[in-house]
Structures are given as structure tokens and as C-alpha cells.
Write a new protein. Structure first.
Length: 95
């Protein structure tokens, strides 16, 4: 099975209206149709809730909308991964 690594900006576009949400949904539908497994590094579990909370605090969305978006995120079939030496590898790639 093919895998696609998703990041917080893509996930946020799936749960909140964003400039590129239509394109994001098209990707999600295509990947679902192709049986692609969604994966993400463990940091996604912190980034998405943080972005949603900021959207509520800044008045971009109502608290109830934030709750709904968070629940939608929790229901997404995204396998969280933490490869061995992830931080060290990221540090080296960034050089």
C-alpha cells in the first residue's frame, strides 16, 4: 500500500475553510480512491490542535466550530509515526 505523509497545513485545510481547501479535498478523495495510507510524524498530534486553538482565540472560528474541527481531526485515518532518530535526521536534512 502506498503512503503519503501529510502535514498540519493540509490537515487544517480539511477541517477549516482555507484558501486551498478545494485542492486539499481533491487530494484526499484521490488518495482514498487509490487506497493510499495517510501517515504523519508525531508532531502533527500537537500542531493541528494548536492551530485550531489559535483559530478560536483569534476569533477566526467559534469555539463550537473548533470543537467540531478537532473531532474531525481525531476521526481522520492518519497513522502517526515516529521513526527512529527522527529529530537527528531532521536536523541533518536542515543543514
Amino acid at each position: 500500500m502506498a503512503e503519503v505523509c501529510v502535514d498540519a497545513s493540509l490537515v487544517i485545510a480539511w477541517v477549516l475553510p482555507e484558501e486551498f481547501s478545494n485542492e486539499a479535498f481533491a487530494l484526499k478523495e484521490r488518495w482514498a480512491g487509490e487506497g493510499v495510507e495517510l501517515v504523519a510524524p508525531v508532531i502533527l498530534a500537537s500542531e493541528v490542535p494548536s492551530a485550531l486553538r489559535q483559530a478560536v482565540y483569534r476569533g477566526r472560528i467559534l469555539a463550537g466550530e473548533g470543537d467540531e474541527a478537532f473531532e474531525s481531526f481525531l476521526e481522520m485515518p492518519i497513522r502517526i509515526i515516529q521513526p527512529e532518530n527522527l529529530l537527528s535526521r531532521a536536523w541533518e536534512v536542515g543543514k
